[in-house]
Design a binder for this molecule. Sequence first.
Ligand SMILES: Cc1cc2nc3c(=O)[nH]c(=O)nc-3n(C[C@H](O)[C@H](O)[C@H](O)COP(=O)(O)OP(=O)(O)OC[C@H]3O[C@@H](n4cnc5c(N)ncnc54)[C@H](O)[C@@H]3O)c2cc1C
Length: 368
Amino acid sequence: MFDTVIIGAGVIGLSIARALAEQTHKSVLVIEKEESYGRGISSRNSEVIHSGIYYDPDSLKAKYCTKGRDLLYDFCKKENVWHNPCGKLVVGRSHQEAELNALYQNGLANGVPDINIIERQDIQKMEPHIEADFALHVECTGIISAHELMTAFYRISQSSDHDYLFKSRVVGANAASNGYILDIENADGEIEQVECSWVINASGLESDLIAQMMGSDFPSLRYSKGCYYKLASQWRNAFNHLIYPLPDKAHGSLGIHLSFDETQTVKLGPSAHWVDGRIEDYHVESSLLDQFYNEGKRYIKGLEKDHLSPDYAGIRPKIWTADNPMPDFYISHETEKGFPGWVNLIGIESPGLTASIAIGNDVANQII
Ligand SMILES: Cc1cc2nc3c(=O)[nH]c(=O)nc-3n(C[C@H](O)[C@H](O)[C@H](O)COP(=O)(O)OP(=O)(O)OC[C@H]3O[C@@H](n4cnc5c(N)ncnc54)[C@H](O)[C@@H]3O)c2cc1C
């Protein structure tokens, strides 16, 4: 019998394990269907530390992003996780001034520090390869190595003697007298059972299916695929800031933006395409080349089509509502639905990486 079982060893499950390790000696088992941690959404994203400018001020996304951002910078410094607080520019043309200003006001409402609107002359000085009339300069945005972050979470969790079951998939769940019994399919296809007082469902793309093992009254996910294209090596070191267009609200994404990683490789993405069914297909279609070129050349001077090549893809776990392409996170201790000790984390799309420490701390506080 374990005190807590965490389903999923992505950045969210690992961060919850980290927080429990820091605050308690209770027994923890992390169950992961892949052969190691961090093989899901957490390894297929933009690795941006978001500021919090985009989200509705009353949302969980705003709360956890702004809190999580500062906690993440502190954690990276303390635990030597690679990061670069490079800042970003959200760029626009003159006809988009009102939209950019609305984003600025939303950032202020969310308490994001050091944001200001700059004009063409300053943009040219900061980013000579960028073409824009106005930009929102956000100083506290940065980039991070998601893998180093997860390795640090895993190390802290392991130092508290937490148990990890890899190549093991949760396939069933039932309430028991003092908690829950989970059915787990191991690597040999055999079913084993584990009993625990608390279940933390942090299973990313399967989080709705795991929740629905206990009943139908939980959100459902729809997958939205995001592809990346990388820029040829001549663009390495060409940019000092991340460059974003204004958000693509219709598709529930931040728009095809420019970012770079610790090797200074520059990439554009992610795009946004609804996936039919629940297929985890990470192929990057070469037919998207024109779309990436057209989006990129809107703000990158001198971009040519043959500078772009397909890179990688990720899948957003979007809570499905017909009228809202920008749904909030669903994070709930399900006592009111009749499941005390069961916590669901569903629809943890962007800014989940940024929010991971803040979410981990809050979930752990409910258990202690
Ligand atoms: C294209 C894209 C770009 C993004 N960019 C950013 C960004 O720049 N900044 C940012 O802050 N956020 C970003 N995000 C969001 C961020 O990546 C996610 O919020 C975060 O990684 C979610 O972590 P997770 O632990 O919930 O999911 P995952 O990393 O997917 O972890 C869930 C784990 O559960 C396991 N699992 C699933 N089902 C089962 C089962 N039945 N039994 C056992 N194990 C199971 C999976 O194998 C997986 O390892 C982006 C997301 C996408 C898709």
